[in-house]
Ligand binder design. Structure first.
Ligand SMILES: Nc1ncnc2c1ncn2[C@@H]1O[C@H](COP(=O)(O)OP(=O)(O)O)[C@@H](O)[C@H]1O
Ligand SMILES: [Mg+2]
Length: 423
């Protein structure tokens, strides 16, 4: 079968690497891809939101399955675009339809979904510019810290947590009235602050049955000890050591099952991956957010631990036969360390030659922001390259990743040396 992956990051390289291991794969395309996918697939220089160009490619190359990496095209309705097109409607798309993708596209929509299906999450109220005064009153009723969330997609920057009531009011006004995040903050969700340790659980569903995939923990801040600005993710560990059987059972019964059942009850067709961001409060899991796709860099540790044939898994999702499949997981721990450009997540330069790739041994290399220039691999983004390793525990896996990260070099290269510090 011919498959197309949409996206260009470490997540997409990891999916390409996993799909390429299947003898059920014929041709693999990635749009637009990076220097890593170029080696194992055919890169096509079209954007993930260029639906017409994607249609043309799919028809010309007899593509039978499209895996959608990032959230943007899902929230923009790529799955519906395929279903509503006479020539495309039989082609499998992995990723939810537009309505279900709103679970990521609107925090208020996600909150209402969780309330309706009794899924544990922080108490909240939402406000618009017309109700900003009510928002101030609500803040006065809460205890600090105050959690303010722009409703729409804001590239990971739309959540602000403040300790001071007055600052929270100023922030609320700036989001609602001064449109700090544009249309994304026309509605703001104010939430009760939850105190605990975070983890993510990944679920694969065909809309009917589901598989709980490995857990992971990612590190979002640029600085050691989880300080400094937020990034797309500086590394990840799977499984999460504190997510034992009892805790996982709670997650499955209280969160995963009602989520998949809720999607069915609400008539929201969903074929794809669900990323559930969780926080462990005492001994209980609560949902922070849903994402409607795999995480990056979590994919770089979750996929290597799945032993099933990925073409078979994705086909089963498309055909709604996922319940026939036995998920097989590698018990070892996987860790990934992300190397990033100097200055990231602020401004940074691109086009720096990456040296030492060929000297990496006993780890997996997943390209994120890279491209080929005159036959050389050069940087092409903030997050550049992830090094994934296995170990009997997260410490030994991380030690292996760091040995190999130290062999890599490019001008300005940075990475976090303290992953797992909180475990
Ligand atoms: N109710 C909450 N209590 C405590 N921390 C929160 C809460 N909601 C969000 N956070 C923190 O803010 C981060 C970002 O929030 P999230 O809802 O995941 O938004 P996004 O990923 O879209 O920016 C979370 O990973 C978590 O660290
Ligand atoms: Mg998040």
């Amino acid at each position: 079968m011919n498959i197309l992956i949409l996206g260009s990051g470490g997540r997409e390289h990891t999916f390409a690497w996993k799909l390429a291991q299947s003898n059920k794969l014929s041709k693999l395309f990635v749009a637009p891809g990076n220097a890593g996918t170029e080696k194992i697939a055919i890169n096509i220089p079209i954007g993930v939101n260029d639906f017409d160009a994607i249609k043309k490619l799919v028809l010309e190359e007899n593509i039978e399955l499209v895996f959608v990496g990032p959230e943007d095209p899902l929230v923009n309705g790529i799955h519906d675009f395929f279903l509503n097109d006479q020539e495309l409607k039989t082609i499998a798309v992995i990723g939810p339809e537009k309505l279900a993708a709103t679970l990521e596209g609107s925090k208020e929509f996600a909150k209402e979904f969780m309330m309706r299906h009794h899924i544990p999450t922080a108490q909240y109220k939402s406000f618009t510019s017309e109700t900003v005064e009510d928002g101030f009153k609500f803040l006065e009723e809460l205890n600090p810290p105050f959690v303010l969330k722009a409703d729409g997609l804001a590239a990971g920057k739309g959540v602000v947590i403040l300790n001071d009531l007055n600052e929270a009011k100023i922030e609320l006004k700036s989001m609602l009235v001064d449109e700090k995040f544009g249309a994304a903050s026309a509605t703001v969700v104010i939430e009760e602050f939850l105190d605990g340790i975070e983890l993510s659980v990944f679920v694969l569903t065909d809309g009917d049955s589901y598989k709980v995939l490995p857990t992971a923990k990612d590190y979002k801040r640029i600085g050691e000890g989880d300080t400094g600005l937020n990034t797309g993710g500086m590394g990840a560990i799977s499984p999460v050591p504190f997510a034992d059987k009892a805790f996982m059972d709670k997650i499955e019964q209280r969160i995963v099952k009602p989520t998949v059942e809720g999607l069915k009850k609400d008539n929201m067709p969903y074929k794809g991956f669900i990323f559930i961001g969780l926080i462990k409060v005492g001994e209980d899991p609560k949902v922070i957010e849903y994402n409607v796709r795999m995480g990056d860099p979590e994919t770089e540790v979750v996929l290597p631990r799945i032993q099933n044939d990925m073409v078979e898994l994705l086909k089963a999702v498309a055909n709604q036969t996922l319940s026939n499949i036995d998920l097989k997981l590698d018990d070892r721990t996987a860790t990934t360390v992300m190397t990033v450009s100097g200055g990231y997540p602020g401004s940074y330069e691109k086009g720096k030659e990456i040296k030492g790739i060929e000297s990496i041994k006993d780890s997996l290399i997943f390209h994120a922001g890279t491209t080929l220039k005159d036959g050389k691999v050069v940087t092409n983004g903030g997050r550049v390259m992830a090094i994934t390793s296995f170990g009997t525990d997260f410490k030994s896996a991380l030690a292996q990743s760091y040995i190999n990260v130290e062999k890599l070099s490019f001008e300005g290269m940075n990475y976090r040396k303290d992953l797992g510090f909180d475990l």
